[in-house]
Write a protein that binds this ligand. Structure first.
Ligand code: TMP
Ligand code: MG
Length: 290
């Protein structure tokens, strides 16, 4: 293997030779032809720490002082109802799609009722247990140093995820975000969400709405994609004149059930791996750094 970390115990690949070929061809093309597209929740952030689940962008609000107890219980109910559907591989995506829209719509309606103030978000993030994966500083800094654009494409909440990476000191100038952004009234109170809803299974549509971004990056036809859901696989559908794509998937939950589907669709599958060690090793290789 050209990258020793690909022999780590957490790494699974259906076709290691193909991965190697892709890596070599991307390295030859040079890091000035590369763009990185990553999901946020449970991809750049940790899934769990010592067996305890880490929060998603939405969960940061669910667990914060910005919402009342009744709302918190309703949001937890929604999570308990819809999250098992999100990760259920026995149901076709077409069947899950309207249910995901229902989840996001109901959750956002509940949040809007709480009259959340824009200037309270930073404290909510500070007080939360949000945690980026180990190795995040290298990941963000290295991409920045090499001027490689990073698109964070999230069905979470843009304002929250920006705050997480800002507080971690890694919201560099090469980072762009596609996500659900809060819309505040003139008093800074949440009144809705901007633009088209992004949920877990419509990232393709979200990508196609943002042709301007991908047009700017058309000199970068090689893509490194990071995700944790099968819905994340369509994040690169807007990339123009794509030549090569390497997909790395974190398989965090329901491992045995979902392993075959993940191996079929992600080139590298990281099983219960809470770190960015492998993506970082890939980046080091692609940029020619040791
Ligand atoms: P991602 O695209 O950044 O991974 O964000 C989507 C995740 O957000 C997805 O795994 C489900 C999660 N989520 C919640 O935790 N609570 C909610 O209320 C909603 C609507 C989504
Ligand atoms: Mg995710």
């Amino acid at each position: 293997m050209v990258i020793p970390q690909l022999s780590n115990a957490s790494v699974c690949m259906k076709d290691p030779q193909r991965v190697q070929d892709i890596l070599v061809s991307m390295q030859k093309a040079g890091s000035n032809t590369l763009q990185v597209i990553s999901d946020f929740d449970m991809t750049l952030t940790r899934f769990a720490v010592n067996g305890k689940r880490c929060p998603t962008c939405h969960n940061i609000l669910d667990d914060s002082r910005l919402i009342n107890e009744e709302c918190r219980l309703k949001l937890k109910d929604l999570l308990n109802t819809y999250y098992p559907i999100e990760i259920d591989t026995s149901r076709p995506v077409a069947e899950k799609l309207p249910l995901m829209v229902e989840w996001w719509t109901k959750a956002h309606e509940l949040l809007i009722e709480q009259k959340i103030k824009k200037d309270a978000l930073a404290v909510a993030v500070q007080e939360s247990e949000a945690m980026l994966r180990d190795g995040y500083t290298f990941f963000f800094d290295h991409l920045h140093e090499h001027s490689i654009p990073l698109l964070i494409f999230s069905a979470g909440i843009g304002d929250i995820l920006e705050e997480v990476i800002r507080q971690a000191g890694v919201f560099h100038s090469n980072v762009n975000v596609f996500s659900n952004y809060m819309d505040f009234d003139e008093l800074g109170v949440l009144q809705g969400f901007k633009g088209e809803l992004i949920h877990i299974y419509n990232k393709r549509e979200g990508a196609l709405l943002n042709t301007g971004h991908f047009r700017e990056l058309r000199a970068r036809p090689n893509v490194l994609l990071l995700g944790d859901s099968l819905g994340d696989l369509t994040m690169a559908d807007g990339v123009q004149d794509m030549e090569t794509i390497l997909k790395i998937g974190f398989l965090n939950d329901k491992v045995e059930e979902r392993r075959p589907a993940y191996l079929d669709s992600y080139d590298i599958v990281l099983i219960k791996d809470e770190t960015l060690e492998v993506p970082n090793a890939v980046l080091r290789f692609l940029t020619g750094d040791k």
